[in-house]
Design a protein around this ligand. Structure first.
Ligand SMILES: [Zn+2]
Length: 402
């Protein structure tokens, strides 16, 4: 392992370059629905990653199927993914993936990076996950600068829709998963040397409640109030919270009508988190039975939409072996890697479900993600790039039989 460390030296003085690249990427808004912004970020990344010399292509997303507040199914367009393949003929390949989109939409007040005196960078997507994109880039540069690189291939996926559960890039995720040995994803690390092991599964569900509208004064009795029924459905869903590890978060009820009309439509939106596939199946059954129970009310019909975009990601033996490789590389760099599970889902869940063991918190350290306090610990950029680079070099060395 120690003979690999000289290959990392070129990363030693990269901090300032990496910081400037993060700022450049974060100063362009790329909220998931901002397709023009995503295109601009993709253009910059095509440039940055082009120097690695793989085959780069832009891949269209399948549109996202949405249930609108008016109860209609709608196909909403999503941005393009960048997919790069280097040495496609290699027998052994590593997947490297992270998303280009952020949770901050075009109308958000949080748009620019600010350097803080404590050495952190505050900005939209600095940790989640544009800092991770830059860490990935430099790790690959270190690999490609080494003669060991020729022993392995790699595929990069930079997708535009992770923050909404990657509905548009899912087919690409499933196809790439089949051709690689393991995956590294560059979501932010949890804390100092704390990486994510298992992740819960996450599902988004909509229970659409239909009633019957009527004049609130002239024909009140003829109406069947969908909003009131939806409130009961929301309570019933929330009552499913009996295990603190299996959670039902009723996030929103869309619907209602003018004051003089009995409302005929309301939609209950809820997010559910589970640890295992068994729990996932059970939860789907529970929600189905809530819909059925309330459909028995006079004049009310409830239909269930949505599902688990991110299945649970448990620790499997295959994943344990990737964890061990990362621990080994960590200790060569005097990083004492620690593991922690989390309720948050990522594309790591989808790759795992498609059969690819992966570690998905190889990005830099930071915090307060999904808020305007999001920050990146600038000093973590180089060490994180070294860790991923060493994992790649170690794998290449093993494949080469050295
Ligand atoms: Zn993320």
């Amino acid at each position: 392992m120690n003979q690999l460390l000289p290959h990392l030296q070129l990363l030693d003085d990269r901090q300032e370059t990496m910081l400037q690249q993060v700022i450049q990427l974060c100063d362009i808004n790329s909220g998931t629905r901002n397709l023009a912004g995503l295109e601009q970020v993709a253009l910059q990344l095509t440039d940055l990653f082009g120097s690695l010399g793989g085959q780069l292509r832009l891949v269209d997303s399948v549109p996202e199927n949405l249930l609108t507040n008016r109860g209609e199914q709608l196909d909403s367009p999503l941005g393009q993914s960048i997919h790069i393949v280097k040495r496609p003929e290699a027998k052994h390949k590593v997947l490297l993936c992270i998303h280009m989109d952020t949770v901050y939409q075009q109308d958000s007040l949080f748009q620019k990076c600010v350097m803080r005196e404590d050495g952190t960078l505050n900005g939209p997507g600095v940790a989640d996950a544009k800092g991770g994109i830059v860490v990935m880039l430099h790790a690959l540069q270190a690999l490609e600068a080494s003669p060991l690189a020729e022993h392995i291939g790699w595929e990069v996926l930079l997708n535009p829709d992770e923050e909404i559960g990657s509905p548009g890039s899912r087919p690409l995720i499933d196809s790439i998963a089949k051709g690689c040995d393991f995956g590294l994803l560059f979501e932010p690390a949890l804390g100092d040397n704390q990486l994510v092991s298992w992740r819960k599964g996450s599902g988004n569900f909509s229970l659409m409640v239909r009633g019957r509208s009527a004049h609130a004064g002239r024909a009140f009795a003829e109406g069947r109030n969908a909003l009131v029924a939806a409130a009961k459905v929301a309570q019933a869903v929330s009552d499913l919270n009996t295990d603190p590890e299996v959670t039902f978060n009723v996030a929103r009820i869309d619907g209602g009508s003018p004051m003089n009309v009995v409302p005929d439509l309301a939609i209950v939106r809820a997010n559910v988190r589970v640890r295992t596939t068994d729990e996932q199946v059970a939860v789907e059954g529970q929600l189905k039975s809530v819909a059925e129970t309330f459909s028995e009310l006079d004049g009310i019909e409830v239909s269930l939409h949505g599902g688990f975009r991110s299945p649970p990601k448990p620790i499997t033996p295959e994943m344990e072996s990737v964890m061990q490789r990362i621990e080994k590389c960590g200790s060569a760099l005097e990083m004492d890697v620690k593991w922690q599970g989390t309720g948050g889902a990522s594309d790591g869940n989808k790759f795992a479900a498609a059969g690819l063991p992966n570690i998905d918190s190889m990005g830099p350290c930071g915090g307060r993600i999904h808020s305007d306090e999001e920050f990146l610990i600038v000093e973590s950029l180089v060490p994180r790039a070294k860790l991923s680079a060493l994992v790649l070099l170690d794998f290449a060395k093993q494949v080469a039989g050295l």
